[in-house]
Design a protein around this ligand. Structure first.
Ligand code: DC
Length: 205
């Protein structure tokens, strides 16, 4: 079974996808981490996030194991990842990896922006998770501050809106729901309620 979970930044899709994977006994891949890792390595090498040739080279030999996830989770890397992700050659370089991962037994949950549309168009179930920008900023702000970052919800909101606009407007694999995706708006749902709603959708599809 393959479950595709897409949605904008900080919509709660990562937490949901991880819990769905545990619930159904499936592998789990946060595909945003792949783009974040390419961005992180670019900056580490002293390159700009818009250095396309270097980004493609890094994407082709990506080694997630060697990078600390905490360093990938900052807002700066998220923003750089969104710039990197607009590069079609970077996307092609990591497409195969994502598809191979999805097809491992007994199946997988992948979360990202283009899982239902491009990476796994034949997924058994597709969820598109949203929440209002203000609620997303509040949730992400709380997370970032708990991790020791000194950042206001207003700054988080500005970052999310910039990233969503870039992810939605790029020419290749833009952020959008697949035609057969189930929309799940978590604005007024806590994690438990969102998880129950997601399980009901998966079980019913
Ligand atoms: O999900 P995230 O916030 O960790 O993703 C970081 C960036 O990576 C996001 O702004 C856009 C890009 N991304 C993408 O283009 N396609 C994916 N499947 C996952 C992430």
């Amino acid at each position: 079974m393959i479950i595709a979970v897409d949605g904008p930044a900080a919509s709660g899709k990562g937490t949901l996808a991880r819990r769905l994977a545990a619930h159904y006994g499936l592998h789990f891949l946060d595909t945003g981490l792949l783009y974040r890792a390419v961005a992180w390595q670019l900056l580490e090498d002293g390159r700009g996030a818009d250095d396309e040739a270097a980004a493609v080279e890094i994407a082709a030999r990506l080694d997630l194991e060697s990078i600390s996830e905490t360093e990938l989770r900052t807002t700066g890397i998220g923003d750089a990842a969104s710039i990197v992700a607009a590069n079609p050659n970077v996307r092609t370089a990591i497409l195969d990896f994502q598809r191979r991962f999805a097809n491992r037994n007994p199946g997988a949950v992948l979360d990202g922006r283009d899982i239902g549309t491009i990476v796994c168009p034949d997924a058994d179930c597709k969820l598109f998770v949203t929440a209002s920008p203000e609620v997303r900023a509040r949730r992400r702000g709380r997370e970032l501050r708990a991790a020791g970052n000194d950042i206001s919800d207003d700054n988080v909101l500005a970052d999310l809106l910039r990233r969503d606009a870039r992810d939605q407007s790029r020419a290749v694999a833009p952020l959008r729901p697949a035609e057969d995706a189930h929309l799940l708006d978590t604005t007024n749902l806590d994690i438990e309620a969102a998880f129950r709603a997601a399980v009901a959708i998966v079980d019913g599809s």
